[in-house]
Design a binder for this molecule. Structure first.
Ligand code: PGA
Length: 254
């Protein structure tokens, strides 16, 4: 039994008052959602506000990134331990925007996954292929390679029992193009099968979210797939009602 999850990645969006209004609208509507685990990922600077607003509700929260170092003279970085102090349960690791614009390699993603684990945070590890990789027929090998780096960690099983995977095809993020439910399912299945080779029980328990232009009009079909356990939502999560609607579409028990 995998509990569905709907996570909102707010990226570098929203003024303070917009974030306050968005949080308020989610809190107001969340009691109608029962089966789905919900989580929001604001900018670091809003974590304090988010902790105050969502404490005691069923909505979890997390950071969008953490440093690969534990602490030290790393100007501008924020450590896993620091975000854990703001009640974060989760952290996004290896989002494609981090990989693309900030040079995060599979190796860095693996180290950050380890940092999250050490700080008691649950990583949501993002994988996904670019358009050219898809067109070259390399989708499966790319996402498996990205997963492999995490599987190579010394304590990877233990880490993955506390982690979530997110398949986010790069070409579908913020573009309005979504993988079809079947295309996404095929990749989710491939990821689960790779984990099953290591540990079947883990593979059955591991939640794999889909991300990339998830909206109210495609969430139901995506969640109907056997290996899609929820959604990582960007743009549509910036509207409280849309985010809640997506969560209620995923509000089904397995
Ligand atoms: P999108 O973003 O829903 O705006 O495509 C998803 C993500 O980047 O996590």
């Amino acid at each position: 039994m995998r509990r569905p999850m709907v996570a909102g990645n707010w990226k570098m969006m929203g003024t303070r008052s917009e974030v306050e209004a968005l949080s308020k609208s989610i809190v107001a509507g969340v009691s109608a959602i029962s089966e789905v685990e919900m989580a929001v990922f604001p900018s670091f600077v809003y974590l304090d506000h988010i902790q105050k607003t969502f404490s005691g509700t069923q909505v979890a929260w997390g950071a969008q990134n953490i440093a690969s170092e534990r602490q030290g003279a790393f100007t501008g970085e924020v450590s896993a331990e620091m975000v854990a102090e703001f009640g974060c349960e989760y952290v996004l690791i290896g989002h494609s925007e981090r990989r693309q614009y900030y040079g995060e390699t599979d190796q860095i993603v693996a180290v950050k996954t380890m940092r999250a684990f050490e700080a008691g945070l649950k990583p949501i590890i993002c994988v996904g292929e670019t358009l050219s990789e898809r067109e070259a027929g390399r989708t499966f090998s790319v996402v498996e390679g990205q997963l492999e780096a995490v599987l190579a960690l010394e304590n990877s099983n233990q880490t993955l029992y506390n982690a979530v995977l997110a398949y986010e095809p790069v070409w579908a993020i913020g573009t309005g193009k979504t993988a079809t439910a079947q295309e996404a399912q095929a990749v989710h299945q491939c990821l689960r099968e790779r984990v099953a080779k290591r540990d079947e029980k883990l593979a059955k328990a591991l939640r794999i979210l889909y991300g990339g232009s998830v909206k109210r009009d495609n969430a139901a079909e995506l969640i109907s797939q056997p290996d899609i356990d929820g959604c990582l939502v960007g743009g549509a999560s910036l509207d409280g009602q849309h985010f809640l609607d997506i969560a209620s579409l995923c509000n089904r028990s397995y």
